[in-house]
Structures are given as structure tokens and as C-alpha cells.
Design a protein around this ligand. Structure first.
Ligand SMILES: [Mn+2]
Length: 271
């Protein structure tokens, strides 16, 4: 298993469970602490200096673990199921660009579908689900050459009203190749019977994992049993990234340090 943490290039991002700050400082610390990769949360993929990013990753020996996309929803109100067709089209363009970037920066690329799937609001769930499948089909078709893996993340009901549980997400993951499950220990604690059982249920469909405590602080600062979580993941056959997506308290430095120390304790040495 490898360890990453979520970092954003955005200043004053309206989402707080991540690390923000000067890229070279953050990457340097992550590299010193022994992180394998970094997940980058990008509000606007058309507004990124890819060369600079690629250089920073290589300078500090970090791999791009995935690109997260929730800020395209929070900042630009774009989503794959937006009631407004123009916004939907724009969201698809963003996702195509995320996919291109991700293929450029890693050898195929993983792009997260979290909040940017959009919400139901007043619309019936079936209708939103139908639009979502249509958008997914288009996106997969247009990104076939990149081979991007899309990571669909169940998110708790206080943040979005569409695809909250692992069960709900499984419907899409089963139907589409190149769509895998992103399990988030914080969301699973709120929505599923237990995060441990949800991991069992998700089994071979798990493509990526976000880790944070029940209170969304770094692993080691809350109530979850990390030995049990890592053990369940390994039994499911998952050997990919654990990406720390936590509120940077008391500081991002401390959050990263405690997070990686806690996880390392339970990850078998031979990786
Ligand atoms: Mn997450």
C-alpha cells in the first residue's frame, strides 16, 4: 500500500479537508515524511501550469495518486448531472481536461468523481441517475485513448443528496468499466452500517481510498480502528493508495505527520 495526501493549488478553497500552502514547502515536507504520492484537488484544469507541477512532483519524488475535482462543483457550480445543459457540457469538458492532465502526469491516470457528479435537489433520483449514466458514457467514450480510471466516491448526506452509500455507488461501478469505487472512511462512518463492513461489501471494486477519522481529522486523532481498516482492505485485495483527506488541525504539518505515522504502523513492511 502507498500513502498520499490531498493538496490543493487553490487559494481560499471552499473545502477544508486538505493541505493548502506553497507547493515546494508542502511537497518537501511530504517527501521527508515518506509520502509516496500526492492527490491534487484542482478547481479549474484549464488554469494549471502542468510543466511546473510535473517538475515539482519529480523534484520531490512524489507520484500523482489522483486528481480530485470537487472544487469544480463548489467554485464553478459545474456537475455531470447539472439541470442546465450548458453547465453539464462544461463539466464534461473539465473532466476531459482532468483526464488528459492525469494521463500526462501519471501513466494512465485516476480522476475522482465526488461532489462534481451533482445533486438531485427537487428532481427525482431516477432522472438524475439517468443523466449521470449518460454523462459517464460520454466521458468514457471521449477518454478511451487515455484509459483514465474514474473513482466514484459515496459522500455523506450533509454534503450531497446523490450517491451517499457504498451500495448506491456499486450500481454504477458494476455497470461501467473504468469506473471504480473510492471509499472514504469519514463518509462511510456517517452513511454505512460500519466502515469495516462497507469495505467487505465493496471488495474487488475498490479503486482508491480516502482516509480520515470519524471527525475528519488525520488518522490517529479520532475513533477509527486503523489496524482493522487496513486489514479489511488487504483481505479485499486492495494494495493501492491510502490518501489522507483530513482537516489540517492543529497544523497541516502535524496532520501529515500523525496521519502517516498512524497508517505506517499497520501497513505490512513488504509493499
Ligand atoms: Mn473523500
Amino acid at each position: 500500500m502507498k500513502i498520499a495526501a490531498v493538496y490543493t493549488l487553490a487559494k481560499d478553497a471552499p473545502f477544508k479537508a486538505l493541505v493548502a500552502g506553497p507547493m515546494s514547502e508542502v511537497f518537501k515536507l511530504m517527501s521527508e515524511l515518506g509520502f509516496d504520492g500526492v492527490e491534487i484537488n484542482i478547481p479549474n484544469p484549464f488554469d494549471v501550469d502542468i510543466r511546473n507541477l510535473a517538475k515539482a512532483l519529480s523534484d520531490y519524488g512524489l507520484e500523482l495518486s489522483a486528481i480530485s475535482t470537487g472544487l469544480s462543483y463548489l467554485v464553478y457550480d459545474l456537475s455531470l448531472t447539472h439541470p442546465n445543459e450548458e453547465k453539464r457540457r462544461k463539466s464534461l469538458e473539465f473532466f476531459m481536461k482532468y483526464s488528459e492532465m492525469s494521463a500526462e502526469l501519471s501513466n494512465r491516470g485516476r480522476v475522482i468523481i465526488g461532489l462534481a457528479r451533482g445533486k438531485c435537489g427537487n428532481r427525482p433520483r431516477d432522472e438524475v441517475s439517468r443523466i449521470f449514466k449518460e454523462s459517464l458514457r460520454l466521458l468514457l467514450e471521449k477518454t478511451e485513448d487515455y484509459g483514465t480510471i474514474y473513482l466514484l466516491e459515496p459522500i455523506n448526506r450533509y454534503e450531497i443528496d446523490f450517491i451517499n452509500t457504498v451500495d448506491e455507488a456499486l450500481e454504477y461501478v458494476r455497470e461501467f468499466n473504468r469506473v471504480q469505487l473510492l471509499l472514504d472512511t469519514f463518509h462511510m462512518t456517517l452513511e454505512d452500517e460500519s466502515p469495516y463492513k462497507a469495505i467487505e461489501k465493496a471488495g474487488k471494486f475498490i479503486g482508491y481510498v480516502h482516509v480520515a477519522e470519524n471527525n475528519r481529522l488525520a488518522p490517529g486523532m479520532g475513533m477509527l480502528d486503523w489496524e482493522r481498516i487496513i486489514c479489511k482492505l488487504l483481505i479485499s485485495g486492495y494494495h493501492g493508495y491510502l490518501s489522507i483527506e483530513a482537516i489540517p488541525r492543529p497544523s497541516y504539518e502535524e496532520m501529515l505527520r500523525v496521519g502517516i505515522e498512524t497508517l505506517r504502523k499497520y501497513i505490512p513492511k513488504a509493499r
